[in-house]
Design a protein around this ligand. Structure first.
Ligand code: MG
Ligand code: MG
Ligand code: MG
Length: 305
């Protein structure tokens, strides 16, 4: 039986690239596997797949009776709803440990690095399996995407080493230029409905019995989001009204290296508790805040304890 490899909901470049790479690695190690996605592939990832002529994974179907490998998450919230009806073979990840449990033994490859593809790159090397040129290309882009071309505080030396080696394998001479091209594609939000933008790179968390959501838009110039602001505010209000205690959207400018925070919450003191800043009349700019995973979720979780 072919195993299903799938990343989190609201797929990003890492969850797609990691599924493709993990399926290739597992197949070459005697576990036939195929990559899938849980939702619409975002424009940044479409660009990456086209650049390296890699076929886009198909949309995931029912999991009942299937063998599954998860990448880029280990949270129930992020996983397929019917995961319990499948056999979970293993996980490749780089996030905090989630709440998924299993009844059978599994493999779990996780490291506190900037990208799941860095973890998978090390697994290829460990097992002495060669990485195909085109898969090296999408893995390279995933690391550049997740680490914001090394500007994110989640970046480690392992990520930088993996990028160098994957760029050589993929025949990419200037990986920073490729990364910028990718973020320019990601920054083009014109004509995209506000709700789609809010949920494009979005995660719900369970915090102290509350549903708390954090979205993030990473752009090369925050002004590119000006036109979308009215619709984003409406989308935030709608999402808040759907039973969330708090909803946040980080508008991250990767050149200015900081984020503007849009939020709605039942706890008016929350922004100060989490970021140490008192909201004023103007935009709430958070210098240096680049990473949902490292700069936001841990402090947000602590505020709900
Ligand atoms: Mg991800
Ligand atoms: Mg990732
Ligand atoms: Mg990301």
């Amino acid at each position: 039986m072919t195993a299903i490899v799938v990343g989190h909901k609201n797929p990003d470049t890492d969850s797609v690239a990691a599924a493709i790479a993990a399926a290739d690695l597992m197949s070459k190690r005697g576990v036939p596997a195929r990559p899938y996605v849980q939702g619409k592939i975002p424009p940044e990832t479409v660009f990456v797949l086209e650049t390296f002529a890699v076929t886009a994974p198909e949309l995931l179907g029912p999991l009942a009776g299937q063998k599954v490998i998860l990448v880029d998450h280990s949270d129930r919230n992020q996983a397929p709803a019917d995961l319990d009806q499948a056999e979970l073979l293993g996980i490749f990840d780089h996030h905090k440990l989630g709440d998924i449990t299993t009844s059978s033994p599994l493999f779990f490859h996780a490291l506190p690095v900037g990208c799941s593809c860095t973890v998978i790159k090390q697994c290829y090397d460990f097992h002495g399996v060669a990485i195909p040129r085109n898969i090296a290309g999408v893995m390279l882009c995933a690391i550049l995407s997740d680490t914001l071309i090394f500007k994110s505080p989640t970046t480690t030396d392992d990520d930088k080493k993996a990028v160098k080696e994957l760029a050589a394998l993929a025949g990419v001479e200037d990986y920073a230029a490729l990364g910028m091209k990718m973020f320019v594609v990601k920054s083009d939000v014109s004509g995209v409905p506000g709700r789609e933008l809010l949920f494009r790179d979005y995660k719900d968390f369970e915090m102290g019995g509350n549903k708390v959501g954090v979205g993030q838009l990473e752009v090369v110039d925050i002004k590119l989001l000006d036109e979308a602001r009215p619709e984003l505010h409406i989308a935030l209000q709608e999402a808040k009204a759907e039973g969330r205690h708090t909803i946040m959207l980080l508008l991250t400018d990767i050149m200015l290296e900081g984020s503007e925070l849009l939020y709605l919450t039942d706890d008016p003191a929350l922004p100060e508790k989490v970021f140490g800043v008192k909201p004023g009349a103007g935009p709430l700019w958070l210098p240096g805040i680049m990473s949902r995973k490292k700069d936001v979720v841990p402090k947000l979780g602590a505020a709900f304890k």
